[in-house]
Design a protein around this ligand. Structure first.
Ligand code: ATP
Ligand code: MG
Length: 292
């Protein structure tokens, strides 16, 4: 399910990850523990494709059979194209500006000219070429932009310590957002969202906004949001760090119920010893590496 090999990450000169190797099987619940600053969040962000590691010939990252580096390369390729796009935009706006000035000053002369059609055609040719370039650029860009984010949206779910729900939307709307982003139909999505919220014991709170929910309820809404697209892997960073003991225990049990019911894979970074020990496998991060 997840294969990470030789993952390195630097923040300036600080080497945070020093060659992490990781293999996680489908349906496994793995906890990652370690001292503050050991690199747990950094690793989770990289595994979740939200951040990019350093590359070397031995490093690789595969999730659900998909080569993540390849998807990130396509995105990189995009940023190179963006530079070309900017240069061409500056050049073309300058050209249009000078053309406008030229036509304004030499208007009569051009109109009198026997070769006026040829002159105008030649002057406008670069503009037509640019329009063709822009058209193909935007078509390609929108296709490439979506490759990594589509993969993430459909295969991975995220639960953070602070739920990051959108305050102006209701619980139901917050849960539906990732499905709408994946262009799923509204009626079907809302039905599924209600089903998950009911499963999480929140059917009576679906029309409330996050500020009207308790911390535990907000976190369960965040879990529902992470589940709406039925991702194969769920990454959780301190999911119960902000909850009281009772809500934390409920949330932890929920992870195991979900795994048993839907076969999802969980990677959970936690300082909660109880949760860490409940996992199928506990990985300890020490000094940028996983020690066994
Ligand atoms: N964007 C960043 N820029 C520079 N340094 C960073 C950045 N993000 C993290 N770091 C540093 O990288 C190291 C690892 O950070 P990380 O957040 O992965 O630790 P952690 O194990 O999750 O810690 P905690 O348990 O406190 O959440 C820390 O020393 C941190 O200061
Ligand atoms: Mg952290």
């Amino acid at each position: 399910m997840i294969h990470a090999k030789n993952i390195h990450k630097f923040y300036d000169k600080l080497e945070v990850l020093k060659g992490v190797d990781l293999h996680i099987k489908k349906g496994e619940i793995v906890s990652i523990v370690g001292a503050s600053g050991a690199g747990k969040t950094t690793l989770l962000q990289i595994l979740g494709t939200l951040d990019v590691p350093e590359r070397n010939p031995e490093s690789s990252l595969t999730i659900n059979g998909e080569n993540i580096f390849k998807l990130q390369d396509i995105e990189n390729d995009n940023s190179k194209q963006e530079k070309t796009f900017k240069i061409i935009t500056i050049a073309s706006s300058s050209y249009v500006f000078f053309l406008a000035v030229f036509l304004l000053f030499f208007r009569t002369k051009i109109l009198d000219d026997t070769f006026r059609i040829i002159t105008i055609a030649v002057l406008f040719l670069p503009i037509i070429t640019m329009l063709f370039y822009y058209n193909s650029y935007f078509k390609k860009k929108s296709k490439q932009d979506k490759i990594l984010s589509n993969f993430r949206n459909l295969n991975l779910g995220f639960i953070f310590q602070f739920h990051q729900l959108l305050p102006e939307f209701t619980a139901l709307e917050n849960v539906c957002i990732p499905a709408f982003m994946a262009n799923k139909p509204k009626a079907e999505t809302e039905k599924e969202a209600k089903r998950i919220l009911e499963y999480l014991g929140l059917s009576h709170r679906i029309n409330h906004k996050p500020s009207e929910l308790s911390g535990g309820e907000q976190q369960r809404v965040a879990v529902a949001r992470a589940l709406i697209n039925k991702p194969d892997v769920i990454f959780a960073d301190e999911p119960s760090g902000n909850l009281d003991t009772h809500s934390a225990e409920n949330l932890h049990q929920l992870f195991f119920q979900l795994r048993d019911e839907f076969g999802q894979t969980f990677v959970i970074v936690t300082h909660n010893e109880e949760l860490a020990n409940m996992a199928d496998r506990k990985l300890v991060m020490v000094d940028g590496q996983i020690s066994n």
